[in-house]
Design a protein around this ligand. Structure first.
Ligand code: FE
Length: 420
């Protein structure tokens, strides 16, 4: 069984990553930050942590206002560094534990959190700045991550209580994962700072110390606080510390603080923190019951004949092909799909097998392997084929045979009505 060994708290300002990249370890202005992260790094090493569940917020880099969500769990198996305006940092991709991510995603949804999921997106400094500090002077951290992006930059956002509750479910999710893993839950962000408007540069180290005290021994007091109070006490951007309540919620009631430091060299009070978990793991019967709860909604769906549920696992495995076909909503992509298929497929890195499936109109095979029907109907529309031709193909029938099973023999696609 997976166990939660402890929680980590760490600020995530972009300067932390840049300081590492430019070897500022001995620079007096930066040394206290390296000292704090060295404590976390040693703890992670000593505790043989396999996976760090990393709670962060993206800073309008990979997540924009065209679709902004509250709790977005990464389901990818690796993540590259994002370009935030000056080119991506030259760091190796972060390795991820995709199977654990899927289990946690299913658990949180079963516990009625309306999760969203991401893949194919680079991670910005919110995640990679602190994560990189857990590695040696060169190279990435060698363990795996599961990233949770919390949308805290476009109001309204979830409150502190919601974050804490999500942490409680996260604990049960991790503990019920049937693989021996030593997991740490890392919250990033904060502490006090404000970077926009006339109040830019606001700091409140006294409140930050009180926040850390309460986080350790009376988190329920922090859970009671409104976002407006967090903004007043710690700055509007500093209110991202509500993400630390997810970490605290995932730990037992009693924790042992083995490291805590703060340092405010410029506009952010940079904190590093380690809480060791002192609770006991649930027994196997409780974990089995929770796994049954997670699987309850979909139990048996995979056994319905001729039915291929589109799961996170299939979504990840077929992301490249689904992406290639989804882009048929763009006129230029459509034109190249029809006029320069091989060149376009090569540009998107499609395998020979994937090319054969698309070129051969292997509709049912594509559905079986995990291509979404809703990109296939776009492909059909581009090719001038009707949806009923797809349905007939799935069923191994001619179009006429399929239409004979309908009340009216009408043909259509997502591009409009199609004359049979
Ligand atoms: Fe932030």
């Amino acid at each position: 069984m997976a166990i939660i060994v402890g929680g980590i708290g760490a600020s995530h300002s972009p300067t932390i990553g840049f300081a590492k990249d430019t070897h500022k370890q001995a620079d007096p202005a930066w040394a206290p930050i390296f000292a704090g992260f060295a404590e976390i790094r040693e703890w992670v090493r000593r505790q043989r942590i396999d996976v760090i569940f990393t709670i962060y917020n993206d800073h309008i880099t990979s997540f924009f206002f065209d679709h902004y969500s509250a709790f977005c769990l990464g389901i990818d198996d690796q993540y590259v560094a994002a370009d935030e305006g000056g080119g991506a940092r030259a760091v190796a991709p972060a390795r991820a534990h995709a199977a654990l991510a899927r289990h946690i995603g299913a658990a949180l949804v079963a516990d009625e959190f309306d999760m969203s999921f991401f893949q194919g997106k680079p991670l910005d400094h919110g995640c990679l700045s602190p994560l990189g500090m857990l590695a040696d002077a060169e190279g990435p951290w060698q363990g795996a991550i599961v990233p949770l992006q919390v949308g805290v930059l476009q109001l309204p956002i979830p409150n502190a209580r919601r974050c804490y509750k999500l942490g409680k479910s996260l604990r049960r999710a991790i503990e019920s994962y049937p693989e021996d893993l030593r997991v740490a839950v890392m919250a990033t962000g904060g502490l006090s700072h404000q970077v926009h408007g006339e109040r830019a540069g606001f700091l409140n180290p006294a409140w930050d110390e009180e926040f850390l005290d309460l986080l350790e021994s009376a988190p329920e007091k922090l859970v009671e606080m409104r976002l407006a109070e967090y903004a007043l006490l710690g700055g509007m951007e500093g209110a991202e510390v509500i993400m630390w309540l997810i970490m605290r919620g995932a730990l037992s009631d009693k924790v042992r603080c083995t490291h805590r430091a703060t340092y405010a060299p410029s506009v952010t009070n940079i904190a590093t923190l380690v809480f060791e978990d002192t609770g006991t793991a649930p027994d196997e019967a409780a974990n089995a019951a929770y796994r049954a709860h997670i699987g309850y909604e979909l139990e048996g769906a995979q056994n319905v004949p001729g039915t291929h549920p589109f799961t996170l696992e299939r979504s990840l495995a077929n992301y490249r092909l689904n992406d290639f076909l989804h882009r048929l909503i763009e006129p230029a992509h459509r034109a190249r799909f029809l006029g320069d298929f091989d060149g376009l497929a090569a540009q998107f890195g499609l395998s020979a097998e994937e090319c054969a499936l698309v070129k051969g109109h292997q509709w049912l095979e594509m559905v079986r392997r995990g291509v979404s029907f809703f990109v296939l109907e776009k492909m059909a529309a581009v090719l001038g084929l009707s949806n009923p031709e797809l349905y007939a193909s799935f069923r191994g029938e001619t179009l006429e045979e399929f239409l004979a099973t309908r009340q009216q023999p009408i043909t259509y696609s997502v591009a409009g009505l199609v004359e049979a």
